[in-house]
Write a protein that binds this ligand. Structure first.
Ligand SMILES: Cc1ncc(COP(=O)(O)O)c(C=O)c1O
Length: 415
């Protein structure tokens, strides 16, 4: 006897997002997402750290929170206090830090305590899709602020704030990725940071600083965090170990004053983020973070060079980009008439995954010819072959580039 499967469809909650697509493996040439360089996952040191910390403290796993309380494993928070003080100029205590399950959970918690449907936030025009999607789902209005080679344009921010004030709208926050911006790879210089803080103070709008790429800067130099520079507070800072160590660990953090942490803790209903990851990271970072990150960054820089060379060779002037100051992404502009939303499915069918620019921007039209390429995970050979394959697909689709690898082709003949 066969029975019909139980039908959950009529019981599903209202307002759910569209269902997820089933994982079918990564495409051959994978330039999407924020994956890291497999060669630089410090496997041996992580193994040794796991053994050491579990041997020493494994029995604390018997309690929720490892005896450190709900804010996360204390030695990891203490590592962060020292690291953020040294690198970002942030003076904070372990109690000002909340460990989260990736900085995605940090985004959710900050949004959770501040945002209501119909609210307005200011955000860099080209920005992280994960942030844009969250805001769209929450029914929050986004005002995109254009960027130039030095990150968010302060004149445009000033104009947007003045305009909102005229319309009686007080934005809930200014979301920014000031230190190696995603996707543009820009770093907001110190003077602009001061100007941004002044404007935020003038209009009484908090700043939401997402600093997850700040460790991956080619020359290792970064301006202080906005959190550190603000004379008036009003900044929430989040970060992650996804980019500096490994994304699958799912460890991020929030730095904020206790009244805000207290509000976020009340929303963090998972009884603590994964304990093993926190323990292993704390053990690993105390010894190796300072040498691991420069080695990782050097490897990433080489991959960026390979990608830029491959694009220049295969696309010539049909692909324009500014060199990022660090990170794992290149924000590329393809010549007219390329529409990367249309290119995306055709490229994917050919085994090449790219992020279409429109999904990473508040201005879909402006980003039509843009794509974001993550260069961290593919090998050098895959970067070269993937870009060559993409040029071929793009030319067939749109006639761009007219010349591939400096060889003129006739797009019309499909050769
Ligand atoms: C700007 C930005 N914020 C937050 C995240 C979330 O990362 P995770 O949850 O892995 O820390 C990402 C991931 O790519 C990102 O680019």
């Amino acid at each position: 006897m066969t029975t019909a499967p139980f039908d959950f469809a009529p019981l599903l909650a209202a307002g759910l997002p569209p269902p997820a697509v089933k994982y079918a493996g990564f495409p051959k040439y994978n330039f999407v997402g924020g994956h890291n360089d497999a060669e630089h996952v410090p496997v041996e040191a992580l193994t040794a750290a796991a053994t050491a910390v579990l041997t020493r403290e494994g029995r604390t796993l018997a309690t929720y929170g490892l005896g450190s309380g709900p804010q996360g494993y204390r030695p990891l928070r203490e590592f962060l206090v020292a690291k953020l003080g040294r690198d970002a100029g942030i003076a904070c205590a372990a109690d000002d830090i909340l460990i989260t399950s990736g900085s995605l959970q940090a985004l959710d918690l900050v949004n959770g305590i501040l945002l209501n449907r119909g609210d307005t936030v200011l955000i860099e025009q080209a920005t992280y899709q994960g942030s844009l999607n969250r805001l769209a789902r929450l029914g929050v209005n986004t005002v995109g602020i254009p960027l130039d080679r030095d990150g968010m344009r302060i004149d445009a921010l000033a104009a947007a704030l003045a305009d909102l004030e005229r319309r009686g709208v007080r934005p809930k926050y200014i979301y920014t990725i000031p230190t190696v911006q995603n996707p543009t790879g820009t770093i907001l210089p110190e003077e602009r940071r001061h100007a941004l803080l002044r404007l935020a103070h003038q209009y009484a709008v908090p700043i939401f600083e997402d600093d997850c790429y700040a460790d991956l800067i080619w020359d290792g130099k970064r301006p202080p965090a906005l959190f550190a520079m603000s004379p008036h507070g009003g900044v929430i800072h989040i970060g992650s170990f996804s980019k500096s160590v490994a994304p699958a660990l799912r460890v991020g953090y929030i730095v904020a004053d206790w009244p805000l942490i207290a509000r976020m803790l009340a929303l963090k209903t998972d009884a603590g983020s994964g304990a093993l990851e926190q323990m292993v990271l704390a053990e690993f970072c105390a010894q190796h973070f300072a040498t691991h990150v420069p080695a990782l960054t050097r490897g990433l820089r080489k991959k960026l060079d390979t990608l830029m060379e491959a694009l220049a060779e295969q696309f010539g002037t049909a692909a324009e980009f500014d060199e990022p100051k660090g990170g794992i992404f290149l924000w590329v502009k393809l010549a007219e008439p390329v529409d990367t939303l249309k290119l995306y499915p055709v490229a994917l069918a050919a085994g090449i995954a790219l992020n279409p620019g429109a999904e990473w921007s508040t201005d879909k039209g402006d980003a039509k010819g843009r794509m974001r390429l993550c260069f961290a995970n593919p090998s050098h050979a895959a970067i070269r072959a993937g870009v060559a394959a993409l040029a071929e697909v793009c030319r067939k689709e749109s006639g761009v580039p007219a010349r591939i690898a400096n060889v003129e082709r006739r797009a019309a003949r499909g050769s």
